[in-house]
Design a protein around this ligand. Structure first.
Ligand SMILES: NC(=O)C1=CN([C@@H]2O[C@H](COP(=O)(O)OP(=O)(O)OC[C@H]3O[C@@H](n4cnc5c(N)ncnc54)[C@H](O)[C@@H]3O)[C@@H](O)[C@H]2O)C=CC1
Ligand SMILES: CC(C)CC(=O)C(=O)O
Ligand SMILES: [Mg+2]
Length: 357
């Protein structure tokens, strides 16, 4: 069984963490006697350097021909002054759109070994954390019209947040289906007291909620949700929300788990092909220093095996291997706790790969 995996290491810590991901896939390939055919592709700042564009057509084509796509992260100070459509981040938004991956699943799960690595009081984390944030990924304000014009006394700029009924319906159904397989509670997060797009979201979600009577539906404004995530994260099971709110809330939720370096993600469309990436960015402040936590990327590979490659047992192997390595006391700097063994990116990747057995 050969599976084609497109790799986009990207920039900053991206290549370092994707390298650890490949170690994990190689360990899975050895155990299950399957072949992963890797194809490394340019996207982000590295693509700008080599081709003048953040998302070459060849990258889009090769991703579409693969079974799954693994992405590191993109961006960096070097490209911060380029026009928006030529920045590394435009490549990232472009590949998500080109693959049609509208549903971005971002599970925030606390490994019990990391309770004291979290910044929250232990009491809040008593019975663990398991929140699934489902973020709409290819619509909303990141994709709406952007413009800047000269006006008297300065300039004016805008970014439009727009959603169609169809865009909301498909992510809502995905969220309900996910909630049905979990604790059957869906919280829709919006700003419907102010935004017209949020009011449309609410109407659509309310309409669809009747098809899922077994799932309890709640509605919450995003400012309150940001607060509730810290005050009482246990109240959440599945959160569904638009693109930018989901982006922000998932970085916040990562702190419940100890670090931004712990949160994986899977982005899915209508088909099986998925895009898998840690939720964090290129972390230029620690790039090239063997400091990045590769667990978010490695857990994203578990999601890839589960959702795109039909390898549930291998996905569980990876999750168990991460847990075993944490049990043995190994920590990268971002999740370091007293009395534990500090390891770098490479060593953490090696340890997890060795524990896949
Ligand atoms: N998916 C992507 O490719 C994303 C790209 N970006 C881009 O990344 C660049 C840096 O953005 P920032 O706002 O600094 O966000 P960031 O997520 O790269 O870093 C935020 C902070 O978290 C730390 N951090 C991130 N990942 C870590 C890991 N695996 N292990 C340990 N520490 C980790 C960083 O060192 C930094 O202090 C920007 O160019 C931004 O546009 C940001 C978010 C997502
Ligand atoms: C370019 C940004 C939208 C990337 C990001 O922050 C994310 O997807 O989490
Ligand atoms: Mg983000």
């Amino acid at each position: 069984m050969n599976k084609k995996i497109a790799l986009m290491p990207g920039d900053g810590v991206g290549p370092e963490i994707v390298k650890q991901g490949i170690k994990i896939l190689d360990a899975v390939s050895a155990k299950y006697n399957c072949v992963f055919e890797y194809k490394e592709l340019l996207m982000g700042g590295i693509a700008i350097e080599k081709t003048g564009h953040p998302l070459p057509q060849e990258t889009i084509n090769a991703c579409k021909e693969s079974d799954a796509v693994l992405l590191g992260a993109v961006g960096g100070w070097k490209w911060d002054n380029l026009p928006g459509h030529l920045r590394p981040e435009a490549g990232l938004l472009g590949i998500r759109k080109a693959l049609g991956v509208f549903a971005n699943l971002r599970p925030a799960i606390l490994f019990p070994q990391l309770k004291s690595a979290s910044f929250l009081r232990e009491g809040v984390l008593e019975d663990g954390i398991d929140v699934m944030i489902i973020r709409e990924l290819i619509g909303g304000i990141y994709f709406g019209e952007k413009k800047r014009v000269d006006i008297e006394g300065g300039q004016k700029a805008w970014d439009v947040m727009a959603y169609s009924t169809h865009e909301i319906e498909r992510i809502t159904r995905r969220a309900y289906e996910t909630a049905r397989k979990r604790s059957k509670k869906l919280t829709m997060v919006d700003k419907a007291n102010v935004l017209e797009s949020s009011r449309l979201w609410r109407e659509v979600v309310m309409g669809i909620s009747g098809e899922y009577p077994d799932v309890e539906t709640n509605y919450m404004y995003v400012d309150n949700a940001a607060m509730q995530l810290i005050r009482n994260p246990k109240q959440f099971d599945v959160i569904v929300t638009e693109n930018m709110f989901g982006d922000i809330l998932s970085d916040e939720a990562s702190m419940l788990t100890g670090s931004l370096g712990m949160l994986p993600s899977a982005s899915m469309g209508e088909g099986k092909i998925g895009l898998y990436e840690p939720i964090h960015g290129s972390a230029p402040d620690i790039a090239g220093q063997d400091k990045a936590n590769p667990i978010a990327t490695i857990m994203s590979i578990a999601m890839m095996l589960r959702y795109s490659l039909d390898m549930e047992a291998a996905a569980s192997d990876i999750e168990r291997a991460v847990s075993k390595v944490l049990d043995k006391g190994y920590r990268t700097a971002d999740i370091m706790q007293e009395g534990m063994d500090l390891v770098g990116t490479e060593r953490m990747g090696d340890l997890i790969a060795e524990n896949i057995c």
